[in-house]
Design a protein around this ligand. Structure first.
Ligand code: 4GY
Length: 278
């Protein structure tokens, strides 16, 4: 069981976590999500959680006291606990981080709102993490994204046979195109190879299309790809189909198959001829 604790002024925003796969995971006690509204820890009679910035400037900042009090009031964790601050100034959240966090006992997400945090709130967090280079109105959507990405890695959440592991490997390489029935949809055909039943050729086709997609859509991922010896011939084909790919050739030239040393043979007049010439 992994526990997600969310510090937020808007727990109602998390309704989407009560649907579909995460709903089932919570019913099966594989995942628990709980909310702490840190407004409950505000001390002033108007329950203020924000205030104007020292030194002037626009907008309001979250005050430190309610968030400090909420964190201090959390019950002792059962296992390992990590406190995470949602912020566009944090390290960008990736699959690797989701895998790491899936091993924790409890993840506490601090969701800000308004224009920002009082800087002293940052010391409560073990990590400051962003879902990407854009600014949201609050950390809630970011926390939901991270909870979803981590929860699906918890054993049992995706079901017995479905492996989250397989698609997380393929983050460094984009997925190949997939098709289901019908084989002909209004004249749009499923690639013939997929109907052939030739497993080795299908595997090669999928690898080739994954590589093609990654080069064309996410060239930033290419440096992280581990090329395999059997990729060499695929990559040679791709260069002929997309000249731009030749620019990356240095990444796989070490896989170039060495030409087989031809044995001396009296049945091979060509090799005999070339030997005579020396
Ligand atoms: N991007 N990744 C993000 C965000 C909203 C003002 C601080 C992001 O994680 N969080 O944009 N958060 C801001 C709103 C206070 C958080």
């Amino acid at each position: 069981m992994i526990q997600f604790t969310v510090l937020t002024l808007f727990p109602e925003m998390f309704a989407p976590l009560q649907e579909s796969i995460l709903k089932r995971a919570q019913e099966a006690k594989l995942v628990k999500v709980q909310f702490v509204n840190f407004r409950d820890y505000a001390i002033s009679k108007h329950k203020n959680v924000d205030d104007i910035p020292y030194g002037g400037g626009v907008g309001m900042l979250l005050k430190p006291e309610p968030i400090f009090a909420a964190i201090r009031d959390l019950p002792k964790p059962c296992g390992r606990r990590k406190v995470i601050l949602m912020s566009p100034q944090g390290e960008v959240f990736r699959q690797e981080k989701a895998k790491e966090w899936a091993e924790e006992g409890e993840l506490v997400f601090i969701c800000g709102h308004y224009e920002g945090f009082d800087e002293r709130i940052r010391e409560l967090a073990d990590e400051e993490v962003s879902i990407g280079d854009y600014v949201l109105t609050g950390g809630e959507l970011a926390a939901m994204v991270m909870i979803d990405a981590v929860a699906r890695l918890v054993p049992g959440v995706l079901g017995e046979d479905a492996s989250a592991e397989e698609d997380s490997h393929s983050i460094s390489l984009l997925e190949y195109p997939q098709y289901t029935r019908p084989a002909d949809f209004e004249g749009r055909q499923v690639p013939e190879i997929l109907l052939s039943g030739h497993h080795a050729l299908i595997k090669r086709w999928r690898r080739k299309e994954s590589l093609r997609r990654t080069f064309s859509r996410r060239p930033d991922l290419i440096n992280a790809v581990t090329f395999r010896p059997e990729d060499y011939s695929i990559l040679e084909e791709l260069i002929l189909e997309h000249e731009e790919i030749a620019a990356w050739q240095d990444l796989w030239k070490h896989l170039c198959p060495r030409p087989k040393r031809r044995r001396k043979s009296s049945h091979n007049p060509a090799s005999k001829l070339s030997e005579d010439s020396h």
